[in-house]
Design a protein around this ligand. Sequence first.
Ligand code: HEM
Length: 443
Amino acid sequence: MNRTAAVAPGALPVIGHAWPMMRDPLRFIGSLSALGDLVEVRLGPVRAYVPCHPDLVWQVLTDDRVFDKGGPFFDRVRATIGNGVGSCPHAEHRRQRRLIQPAFHRARLERYAAVMAEESSALTSGWRDGQVVDVYPALFGAALRTVLRCLFTTRADDGAVERMRRSVETLLHQITARMFVPAVVQRLPVPVNRRFDRALGDLRRAIDSMVEVYRRGDGDRGDLLSSLLAARDEDGRDRLDDAELGDQVLTMLVAGSDSVAATVSWALHLLDRHPDAAHRLRAEVDEVLGGRPVRASDLARLSRTGRVVTEALRLYPPGWLFTRITTEEVELGGHRLPAGTTVAFCPPAVHLRAGVHDRPHAFDPDRWLPARARELPRGGFVTFGGGARKCAGEAFGLAESSLLLATLVSRWRLRGARGSDVRPVALSTALRPRRLLLEASAR
Ligand code: HEM
């Protein structure tokens, strides 16, 4: 059988669907499932297919040999963050994943959670009663400091951390747009490209010198970089070389900062719009924390907090579009796709699809109670991807988001302030509110 995929309306020559996609990604992607189970869109001039049915999404995610990371979009990603575990092709992935996996082992996560708890408390230490907070940048700073400290344990001096923060911010602001811009345009000597190149160069140098310091030192500092340095394959011979280490570190910085900041921003926005849910969440947090600062060990009892985070991740998945390229001819939902076809895996296409989730647009954290969550089809919740390439930092990101949210809710009542513009935008790699302003009243 070879059916023809539905075509999303409104593509323009050259830019394709770039305009509706960048202006309102959630609305555009969320509208596709009404057209069919597999929908053709244009990423610039490139024809791409978006699976909108959970079974098709699952096939794409789990057959990572045929639906591989490659093609022009990944060439551009690799030109920036290198060939780390998140961007390398299938042929190299198993090895890389095996080598980085111990860095996310449960026992290490407990240590990272202690850093997360500290950074959560530090986030609001300078806030004043009645202050209006621009939420996303504040959370981005906290999330990036957390991932930096978990990578390097170090109390690297504030100046160095601030320089790295600025560089990562510059990269994140441009990575998505650069995926759609031809290499020759990226090389033009215009200010935006120069800023990008400078930020990337600074960051690479900072990471390289950190790796050098760690190579000279000895012993496990309990952080991500120590674990990456110590990683060996089964026969103890294979390990990550310095260039590969640099790529992995850059991958963690890019993957692990704005995703968490966006998640907690959306959770706060949703709670602002749903006072009953906010009330129930405060009750849980007050009972668990009893007014003291959050600790890593609280996580197990912050179950409602976890459900609010997960529901925010369903309604507003930070990663909204990831591409794959088919390495051979393959059938997807009755459509035959030749080798070299671009497939775009977009979580909102299934998260907002009627029939997959009950009342898909409603904020309902209790849909994540175990009995209800069990009913969900495979491929129905793919915020963290799936299969061999599922997010390596899932537990890390969930823990950090819950600890941040619990800390904020325990200390502050946050209400929407004038000047907010909560349209979801892809200004960095994560989908986040354009400008979420909340007035913070001390509790
Ligand atoms: C709420 C926060 C997060 C979300 C929603 C998220 C989402 C994702 C998704 C969807 C993928 C798969 C992409 C694909 O299939 O093309 C991914 C991969 C990855 N993520 Fe996350 N992520 C989050 C936090 C983190 C954190 C905190 C880290 C590290 C500190 C991290 C590290 C990674 C890595 C290394 C990969 C590549 C995995 C592989 O290909 O083997 N992520 N993430």
